[in-house]
Design a protein around this ligand. Structure first.
Ligand code: KIV
Ligand code: NA
Length: 270
């Protein structure tokens, strides 16, 4: 199977084909997702979702590379994008390139994602000109949580619109092959989607976007308090608890392992 390419993702916009994306952090889930999604994002949300951090600011380049490698071992068809973590790209286009090049060469992923609009446009341009496709990320950008003072939906008053529209335009012109619109009022997401030539990928940004992404664990029901923008498609939290409870009861009752799980001696021959 041939892997989906960056130009194939871009081309979906003109033919109005939704771009289906999910986050992914592990080899086994990558294998399960692979034939159903167009794009997997190894998001820095992994710091919160699987390492229990309070926000994404403590995620390191090494963590992103390790999980990027795991996902690449399970994904054969979907395009894989790896998030650039806080501190690995903001300083200069040169530092960003050095770190993004490590992500690409050590994981084999096809692209990186970085947060920021106008202020990151020069970096988006620098990387894409040098062979690293960049997915943008604007609106609610979690690496700036301390500036926002929390996870706050963007663009709910028209006064906020011009700056966010300028962000979208700047990274599109800089060569971003797509952009995540996160935590954004629907009419603004619709307007930006109409203004940029590359696919917009929404999370908490309405069905007006060209594609959608969710954190996989959220849509599987592993987050006990999912945000409003999540639809849960499974109740894996409950399923796991029920399974663990049943296992614990079996071990305590000595009904596990059963005969079917046990090795006996080899039969003597001759
Ligand atoms: O880290 C992440 O999971 C993300 C998506 C929510 C877009 O950046
Ligand atoms: Na992220």
């Amino acid at each position: 199977t041939k892997r989906i390419s960056v130009p194939e993702i871009i081309a979906k916009k003109a033919v109005r084909q939704p771009v289906v994306c999910l986050t992914c952090y592990h080899a086994h889930t990558a294998r399960l997702l692979d034939s159903h999604v167009d794009l997997m994002l190894v998001g820095d949300s992994l710091g919160m979702v699987i390492h229990g951090m309070e926000n994404t600011l403590g995620v390191t380049l090494e963590m992103m590379i390790l999980h990027g490698q795991a996902v690449m071992r399970g994904a054969k068809k979907a395009l894989v994008v790896v998030d650039m973590p806080f501190g690995s790209y903001e300083e200069s286009p040169q530092v960003a390139f050095r770190n993004a090049a490590r992500v690409i060469s050590e994981t084999g992923a096809q692209a990186v994602k970085l947060e920021g609009g106008e202020r990151m446009a020069e970096t988006v341009h620098y990387l894409s000109q040098r062979g690293i496709p960049v997915m943008g990320h604007i609106g609610l950008t979690p690496q700036r949580i301390q500036i926002f003072g929390g996870f706050k939906t963007q663009g709910r008053t028209e006064a906020e619109w011009p700056a966010i529209e300028a962000d979208a335009k700047a990274i599109a012109e800089a060569g971003a092959f797509s952009m995540v619109l996160e935590g954004m009022a629907e009419p603004l997401a619709a307007k930006i989607t109409g203004q940029v030539p590359v696919p917009t990928i929404g999370i908490g940004a309405s069905a007006e976007c060209d594609g959608q992404i969710l954190v996989m664990e959220d849509m599987l029901g592993l987050n006990p308090k999912p945000p409003k923008f999540v639809r849960t498609y499974a109740n894996m939290g409950e399923d796991i608890e029920a399974a663990v409870k049943a296992y614990a009861a079996d071990v305590r009752a000595r009904t596990f392992p059963g005969v079917e799980n046990v090795y006996q001696m080899k039969k003597k021959t001759g």
